[in-house]
Design a protein around this ligand. Structure first.
Ligand SMILES: NC(=O)C1=CN([C@@H]2O[C@H](COP(=O)(O)OP(=O)(O)OC[C@H]3O[C@@H](n4cnc5c(N)ncnc54)[C@H](OP(=O)(O)O)[C@@H]3O)[C@@H](O)[C@H]2O)C=CC1
Ligand SMILES: CC(C)(CO)C(=O)C(=O)O
Length: 332
Protein backbone atom coordinates (compact mmCIF):
# COMPACT_ATOMS: atom_id res chain seq x y z
CA UNK A 1 0.00 0.00 0.00
CA UNK A 2 1.43 3.41 -0.89
CA UNK A 3 0.31 6.86 0.17
CA UNK A 4 1.25 10.20 -1.36
CA UNK A 5 0.92 13.15 1.00
CA UNK A 6 0.30 16.41 -0.84
CA UNK A 7 1.23 19.19 1.60
CA UNK A 8 3.77 18.43 4.33
CA UNK A 9 2.25 20.81 6.85
CA UNK A 10 0.87 19.97 10.28
CA UNK A 11 -1.64 17.29 9.25
CA UNK A 12 0.43 16.00 6.33
CA UNK A 13 3.51 15.37 8.47
CA UNK A 14 1.42 13.83 11.26
CA UNK A 15 -0.41 11.32 9.05
CA UNK A 16 2.47 10.72 6.63
CA UNK A 17 5.02 10.46 9.43
CA UNK A 18 3.11 7.91 11.47
CA UNK A 19 2.16 5.89 8.38
CA UNK A 20 5.83 5.80 7.33
CA UNK A 21 6.83 4.78 10.87
CA UNK A 22 4.30 1.91 10.58
CA UNK A 23 6.04 0.65 7.43
CA UNK A 24 3.69 2.11 4.81
CA UNK A 25 5.34 3.39 1.62
CA UNK A 26 4.94 7.18 1.91
CA UNK A 27 5.92 9.97 -0.47
CA UNK A 28 5.64 13.55 0.81
CA UNK A 29 5.01 16.15 -1.78
CA UNK A 30 6.02 19.57 -0.52
CA UNK A 31 5.59 23.03 -2.01
CA UNK A 32 9.28 23.93 -1.84
CA UNK A 33 12.37 21.95 -2.77
CA UNK A 34 13.98 23.28 0.45
CA UNK A 35 11.51 21.43 2.66
CA UNK A 36 11.74 18.23 0.57
CA UNK A 37 15.52 18.31 0.83
CA UNK A 38 15.42 18.90 4.58
CA UNK A 39 13.05 15.96 5.04
CA UNK A 40 15.25 13.74 2.86
CA UNK A 41 18.34 14.71 4.86
CA UNK A 42 17.04 14.89 8.41
CA UNK A 43 13.75 12.99 8.50
CA UNK A 44 10.84 14.27 10.52
CA UNK A 45 9.76 14.41 14.10
CA UNK A 46 6.39 14.12 15.79
CA UNK A 47 6.30 15.57 19.28
CA UNK A 48 3.48 15.17 21.76
CA UNK A 49 1.97 18.22 23.45
CA UNK A 50 2.04 16.58 26.89
CA UNK A 51 5.83 16.24 26.76
CA UNK A 52 5.77 12.47 26.05
CA UNK A 53 8.45 10.84 23.93
CA UNK A 54 8.82 12.20 20.39
CA UNK A 55 8.66 9.87 17.38
CA UNK A 56 11.53 10.32 14.97
CA UNK A 57 11.04 9.09 11.43
CA UNK A 58 14.35 8.63 9.66
CA UNK A 59 14.72 9.60 5.99
CA UNK A 60 15.09 5.97 4.85
CA UNK A 61 11.45 5.39 5.84
CA UNK A 62 9.90 7.70 3.21
CA UNK A 63 10.50 9.74 0.08
CA UNK A 64 10.06 13.50 -0.29
CA UNK A 65 9.70 15.54 -3.47
CA UNK A 66 8.49 19.01 -4.25
CA UNK A 67 6.24 20.68 -6.73
CA UNK A 68 9.35 22.50 -8.00
CA UNK A 69 10.88 19.11 -8.86
CA UNK A 70 7.78 18.20 -10.82
CA UNK A 71 9.80 16.44 -13.50
CA UNK A 72 11.01 13.84 -11.01
CA UNK A 73 9.13 10.58 -11.08
CA UNK A 74 7.45 9.61 -7.87
CA UNK A 75 7.28 6.00 -8.92
CA UNK A 76 4.40 3.57 -8.97
CA UNK A 77 0.71 3.96 -8.91
CA UNK A 78 -0.15 5.19 -5.42
CA UNK A 79 -3.22 3.71 -3.81
CA UNK A 80 -4.04 6.88 -1.90
CA UNK A 81 -3.37 10.58 -2.26
CA UNK A 82 -3.91 12.45 1.00
CA UNK A 83 -4.63 16.08 0.23
CA UNK A 84 -3.44 17.92 3.33
CA UNK A 85 -3.00 21.45 2.01
CA UNK A 86 -5.33 24.24 3.10
CA UNK A 87 -8.48 25.00 1.11
CA UNK A 88 -6.94 28.09 -0.44
CA UNK A 89 -4.01 26.04 -1.79
CA UNK A 90 -6.31 23.91 -3.96
CA UNK A 91 -5.84 25.81 -7.20
CA UNK A 92 -5.46 24.78 -10.85
CA UNK A 93 -1.69 24.40 -10.58
CA UNK A 94 -1.95 22.08 -7.58
CA UNK A 95 -4.75 20.08 -9.17
CA UNK A 96 -2.72 19.66 -12.37
CA UNK A 97 0.14 18.35 -10.32
CA UNK A 98 -2.18 15.98 -8.44
CA UNK A 99 -3.54 14.73 -11.77
CA UNK A 100 -0.01 13.73 -12.78
CA UNK A 101 0.25 11.61 -9.66
CA UNK A 102 -2.91 9.65 -10.20
CA UNK A 103 -2.74 6.05 -11.36
CA UNK A 104 -5.66 3.94 -12.44
CA UNK A 105 -6.43 2.77 -8.89
CA UNK A 106 -5.55 5.96 -7.00
CA UNK A 107 -8.13 7.46 -4.64
CA UNK A 108 -8.03 10.89 -3.04
CA UNK A 109 -8.73 11.68 0.59
CA UNK A 110 -9.34 15.37 1.36
CA UNK A 111 -8.65 16.49 4.93
CA UNK A 112 -9.73 20.16 4.73
CA UNK A 113 -12.01 21.91 7.19
CA UNK A 114 -14.93 23.83 5.72
CA UNK A 115 -16.80 23.03 2.51
CA UNK A 116 -16.28 23.65 -1.19
CA UNK A 117 -13.19 21.55 -1.85
CA UNK A 118 -15.00 18.25 -2.47
CA UNK A 119 -17.16 19.78 -5.20
CA UNK A 120 -14.03 21.29 -6.75
CA UNK A 121 -12.21 17.94 -6.71
CA UNK A 122 -15.19 16.17 -8.23
CA UNK A 123 -15.35 18.67 -11.06
CA UNK A 124 -11.68 18.24 -11.83
CA UNK A 125 -11.65 14.46 -11.41
CA UNK A 126 -15.04 13.33 -12.70
CA UNK A 127 -15.79 9.73 -11.95
CA UNK A 128 -13.07 9.50 -9.30
CA UNK A 129 -13.99 8.47 -5.78
CA UNK A 130 -13.15 11.41 -3.54
CA UNK A 131 -13.14 10.54 0.14
CA UNK A 132 -13.44 13.17 2.85
CA UNK A 133 -11.62 12.85 6.17
CA UNK A 134 -12.99 14.65 9.19
CA UNK A 135 -10.57 14.61 12.04
CA UNK A 136 -10.43 15.85 15.59
CA UNK A 137 -6.64 15.44 15.62
CA UNK A 138 -4.93 18.71 16.53
CA UNK A 139 -1.56 19.17 14.84
CA UNK A 140 0.76 22.14 14.78
CA UNK A 141 3.84 22.45 12.61
CA UNK A 142 6.68 24.00 14.59
CA UNK A 143 9.36 23.68 11.90
CA UNK A 144 9.53 22.36 8.32
CA UNK A 145 10.34 18.93 9.78
CA UNK A 146 8.58 18.98 13.16
CA UNK A 147 4.96 18.66 14.13
CA UNK A 148 3.32 18.64 17.57
CA UNK A 149 0.34 16.32 18.10
CA UNK A 150 -2.03 17.90 20.61
CA UNK A 151 -3.64 14.60 21.59
CA UNK A 152 -5.28 11.54 20.11
CA UNK A 153 -8.22 12.56 17.90
CA UNK A 154 -10.68 10.55 15.81
CA UNK A 155 -10.56 10.35 12.03
CA UNK A 156 -13.76 9.61 10.12
CA UNK A 157 -13.55 8.70 6.44
CA UNK A 158 -16.38 8.53 3.94
CA UNK A 159 -17.55 9.47 0.47
CA UNK A 160 -19.70 12.60 0.47
CA UNK A 161 -22.87 12.41 -1.57
CA UNK A 162 -24.04 14.58 -4.44
CA UNK A 163 -22.12 17.19 -6.39
CA UNK A 164 -23.21 19.98 -4.07
CA UNK A 165 -23.33 18.62 -0.57
CA UNK A 166 -25.84 21.06 0.79
CA UNK A 167 -28.29 20.08 -1.91
CA UNK A 168 -27.84 16.40 -1.20
CA UNK A 169 -30.30 13.98 0.25
CA UNK A 170 -29.07 13.26 3.77
CA UNK A 171 -30.80 9.95 4.32
CA UNK A 172 -28.34 7.19 5.17
CA UNK A 173 -26.78 5.70 2.04
CA UNK A 174 -24.58 2.65 2.15
CA UNK A 175 -21.18 2.94 0.49
CA UNK A 176 -20.99 0.60 -2.52
CA UNK A 177 -19.06 -2.56 -1.79
CA UNK A 178 -15.88 -1.54 -3.63
CA UNK A 179 -15.81 1.86 -1.92
CA UNK A 180 -16.46 0.18 1.40
CA UNK A 181 -13.64 -2.32 0.83
CA UNK A 182 -11.20 0.48 -0.05
CA UNK A 183 -12.43 2.57 2.86
CA UNK A 184 -11.97 -0.32 5.24
CA UNK A 185 -8.44 -0.98 4.03
CA UNK A 186 -7.64 2.69 4.63
CA UNK A 187 -9.12 2.52 8.13
CA UNK A 188 -6.93 -0.52 8.87
CA UNK A 189 -3.90 1.31 7.53
CA UNK A 190 -4.61 4.33 9.72
CA UNK A 191 -5.24 2.11 12.74
CA UNK A 192 -1.89 0.39 12.14
CA UNK A 193 -0.28 3.85 12.30
CA UNK A 194 -2.02 4.61 15.60
CA UNK A 195 -4.95 6.72 14.40
CA UNK A 196 -8.36 5.88 15.85
CA UNK A 197 -10.23 5.82 12.51
CA UNK A 198 -13.75 4.92 11.42
CA UNK A 199 -15.66 4.52 8.18
CA UNK A 200 -18.70 6.78 8.02
CA UNK A 201 -21.82 6.08 5.97
CA UNK A 202 -22.93 9.66 6.36
CA UNK A 203 -19.79 11.75 6.15
CA UNK A 204 -21.86 14.75 4.98
CA UNK A 205 -23.37 14.92 8.44
CA UNK A 206 -19.87 14.83 9.95
CA UNK A 207 -18.66 17.51 7.52
CA UNK A 208 -21.54 19.85 8.37
CA UNK A 209 -21.25 19.13 12.08
CA UNK A 210 -17.59 20.13 11.97
CA UNK A 211 -18.45 23.12 9.77
CA UNK A 212 -20.77 24.54 12.41
CA UNK A 213 -18.28 23.83 15.21
CA UNK A 214 -15.61 25.71 13.24
CA UNK A 215 -18.03 28.47 12.21
CA UNK A 216 -18.72 29.24 15.88
CA UNK A 217 -15.35 28.69 17.55
CA UNK A 218 -12.88 29.80 14.89
CA UNK A 219 -13.96 33.38 14.07
CA UNK A 220 -14.69 34.28 17.69
CA UNK A 221 -11.36 32.99 18.97
CA UNK A 222 -9.57 34.69 16.05
CA UNK A 223 -11.28 38.03 16.66
CA UNK A 224 -11.04 37.94 20.46
CA UNK A 225 -7.54 36.36 20.38
CA UNK A 226 -8.31 33.80 23.05
CA UNK A 227 -7.86 30.03 23.39
CA UNK A 228 -10.96 27.89 22.71
CA UNK A 229 -11.81 27.34 26.40
CA UNK A 230 -11.95 31.09 27.10
CA UNK A 231 -15.06 31.37 24.92
CA UNK A 232 -17.03 29.85 27.79
CA UNK A 233 -15.50 32.12 30.42
CA UNK A 234 -17.74 35.16 29.81
CA UNK A 235 -21.49 35.47 29.27
CA UNK A 236 -21.02 37.95 26.42
CA UNK A 237 -18.88 35.43 24.52
CA UNK A 238 -21.35 32.60 25.10
CA UNK A 239 -24.12 34.83 23.77
CA UNK A 240 -22.18 35.37 20.54
CA UNK A 241 -21.56 31.63 20.27
CA UNK A 242 -25.27 30.96 20.73
CA UNK A 243 -26.22 33.49 18.03
CA UNK A 244 -23.78 31.93 15.55
CA UNK A 245 -24.99 28.46 16.46
CA UNK A 246 -28.68 29.31 16.04
CA UNK A 247 -28.08 31.09 12.72
CA UNK A 248 -26.12 28.07 11.45
CA UNK A 249 -28.97 25.78 12.51
CA UNK A 250 -31.38 28.00 10.60
CA UNK A 251 -29.35 27.52 7.41
CA UNK A 252 -29.19 23.76 8.00
CA UNK A 253 -32.96 23.55 8.55
CA UNK A 254 -33.50 25.54 5.35
CA UNK A 255 -31.43 23.05 3.37
CA UNK A 256 -32.60 19.94 5.24
CA UNK A 257 -29.09 19.32 6.59
CA UNK A 258 -29.27 17.26 9.78
CA UNK A 259 -27.64 18.57 12.96
CA UNK A 260 -27.44 17.40 16.55
CA UNK A 261 -30.42 18.54 18.63
CA UNK A 262 -27.98 19.80 21.27
CA UNK A 263 -25.62 21.48 18.82
CA UNK A 264 -24.72 24.30 21.19
CA UNK A 265 -23.71 21.79 23.86
CA UNK A 266 -21.66 19.87 21.25
CA UNK A 267 -19.77 23.09 20.44
CA UNK A 268 -19.34 23.98 24.11
CA UNK A 269 -17.93 20.53 24.80
CA UNK A 270 -15.38 20.99 21.97
CA UNK A 271 -14.36 24.25 23.68
CA UNK A 272 -13.91 22.36 26.94
CA UNK A 273 -12.01 19.40 25.44
CA UNK A 274 -9.68 21.73 23.48
CA UNK A 275 -9.69 24.48 26.11
CA UNK A 276 -5.98 25.30 25.94
CA UNK A 277 -5.81 25.14 22.10
CA UNK A 278 -5.56 28.09 19.81
CA UNK A 279 -8.01 27.51 16.96
CA UNK A 280 -6.53 27.11 13.49
CA UNK A 281 -8.03 30.48 12.53
CA UNK A 282 -6.42 32.26 15.46
CA UNK A 283 -3.09 30.59 14.58
CA UNK A 284 -3.40 31.84 11.01
CA UNK A 285 -4.20 35.36 12.20
CA UNK A 286 -1.27 35.36 14.62
CA UNK A 287 1.03 34.14 11.84
CA UNK A 288 -0.30 36.76 9.43
CA UNK A 289 -1.51 33.98 7.10
CA UNK A 290 -4.82 34.07 5.22
CA UNK A 291 -7.54 32.22 7.14
CA UNK A 292 -10.09 29.62 6.00
CA UNK A 293 -13.01 31.98 6.86
CA UNK A 294 -14.32 31.99 3.25
CA UNK A 295 -14.72 28.20 3.33
CA UNK A 296 -16.36 28.16 6.76
CA UNK A 297 -18.56 31.19 7.65
CA UNK A 298 -18.30 32.42 4.05
CA UNK A 299 -19.97 29.23 2.79
CA UNK A 300 -22.78 29.57 5.33
CA UNK A 301 -23.31 33.16 4.21
CA UNK A 302 -23.38 32.03 0.57
CA UNK A 303 -25.94 29.33 1.34
CA UNK A 304 -28.07 31.75 3.38
CA UNK A 305 -28.03 34.37 0.63
CA UNK A 306 -29.01 31.78 -2.00
CA UNK A 307 -31.99 30.79 0.14
CA UNK A 308 -32.90 34.34 1.14
CA UNK A 309 -32.23 33.65 4.79
CA UNK A 310 -30.71 36.29 7.09
CA UNK A 311 -27.66 35.32 9.16
CA UNK A 312 -26.28 38.73 10.20
CA UNK A 313 -23.86 37.53 12.88
CA UNK A 314 -22.12 35.12 10.48
CA UNK A 315 -22.09 37.85 7.86
CA UNK A 316 -20.43 40.22 10.36
CA UNK A 317 -17.76 37.83 11.67
CA UNK A 318 -16.99 36.74 8.10
CA UNK A 319 -16.43 40.38 7.09
CA UNK A 320 -14.46 41.16 10.27
CA UNK A 321 -12.06 38.23 9.90
CA UNK A 322 -11.53 39.05 6.22
CA UNK A 323 -10.75 42.63 7.24
CA UNK A 324 -8.14 41.71 9.87
CA UNK A 325 -4.74 43.15 9.06
CA UNK A 326 -2.05 40.64 8.17
CA UNK A 327 0.56 40.87 10.92
CA UNK A 328 3.04 43.65 10.40
CA UNK A 329 0.60 45.55 8.20
CA UNK A 330 -0.14 48.21 10.77
CA UNK A 331 2.29 50.12 12.96
CA UNK A 332 0.70 52.11 15.81
N1 LIG B 1 -3.83 21.08 11.81
C1 LIG B 1 -4.88 20.46 12.27
O1 LIG B 1 -4.87 20.01 13.42
C2 LIG B 1 -6.10 20.25 11.44
C3 LIG B 1 -6.19 20.75 10.16
N2 LIG B 1 -7.32 20.50 9.41
C4 LIG B 1 -7.42 20.99 8.05
O2 LIG B 1 -6.39 20.42 7.27
C5 LIG B 1 -5.93 21.34 6.28
C6 LIG B 1 -4.42 21.48 6.43
O3 LIG B 1 -4.17 22.09 7.68
P1 LIG B 1 -2.72 22.18 8.34
O4 LIG B 1 -2.00 20.90 8.12
O5 LIG B 1 -2.91 22.66 9.71
O6 LIG B 1 -2.09 23.34 7.45
P2 LIG B 1 -0.57 23.73 7.27
O7 LIG B 1 -0.55 25.15 6.87
O8 LIG B 1 0.25 23.30 8.44
O9 LIG B 1 -0.13 22.84 6.03
C7 LIG B 1 -0.47 23.11 4.70
C8 LIG B 1 0.69 22.62 3.87
O10 LIG B 1 0.35 22.68 2.48
C9 LIG B 1 1.54 23.04 1.80
N3 LIG B 1 1.25 23.52 0.46
C10 LIG B 1 0.69 24.70 0.08
N4 LIG B 1 0.63 24.76 -1.26
C11 LIG B 1 1.18 23.61 -1.73
C12 LIG B 1 1.44 23.11 -3.03
N5 LIG B 1 1.11 23.79 -4.11
N6 LIG B 1 2.05 21.89 -3.15
C13 LIG B 1 2.40 21.19 -2.07
N7 LIG B 1 2.18 21.62 -0.79
C14 LIG B 1 1.59 22.82 -0.64
C15 LIG B 1 2.15 24.12 2.69
O11 LIG B 1 3.48 24.32 2.34
P3 LIG B 1 4.27 25.68 2.74
O12 LIG B 1 4.27 25.73 4.24
O13 LIG B 1 5.61 25.50 2.14
O14 LIG B 1 3.49 26.81 2.16
C16 LIG B 1 1.97 23.46 4.05
O15 LIG B 1 3.03 22.59 4.31
C17 LIG B 1 -6.69 22.64 6.53
O16 LIG B 1 -7.76 22.73 5.64
C18 LIG B 1 -7.21 22.50 7.96
O17 LIG B 1 -8.44 23.16 8.15
C19 LIG B 1 -8.36 19.75 9.89
C20 LIG B 1 -8.32 19.26 11.15
C21 LIG B 1 -7.20 19.46 12.04
C1 LIG C 1 -12.24 22.06 16.58
C2 LIG C 1 -11.28 23.23 16.46
C3 LIG C 1 -11.99 24.51 16.77
C4 LIG C 1 -10.21 22.95 17.50
O1 LIG C 1 -9.34 24.00 17.70
C5 LIG C 1 -10.73 23.25 15.06
O2 LIG C 1 -11.03 22.39 14.25
C6 LIG C 1 -9.86 24.35 14.56
O3 LIG C 1 -9.17 24.97 15.34
O4 LIG C 1 -9.88 24.55 13.34
Amino acid sequence: MSVVIVGAGALGMLYGGLLAAAGVQVVFWTRTSGQAELLRKQGLMIESADGGAATTISPDKFAARSLEERGMTLGGDPEWVFLTVKQRHIDDKLLDAVRNLMGTETKIVAFQNGVGHIDKLRQVFPGLRVYAAITTEGAKRTSPRTVVRAGLGETKIGIPKGPAMHEADHSDVELDSEAEKSGESLIMLLAKAGFPAFLSNDIDKDIYRKLLINAVINPLTALLRIPNGELLAAKQREELMLMLCREGELVYRTYGIPYDPDMFEVIASVCRSTSGNLSSMLKDVLEGAPTEIDYINGRLVEMARAANVQIPVHETVWRLVRALPLSGDIKL
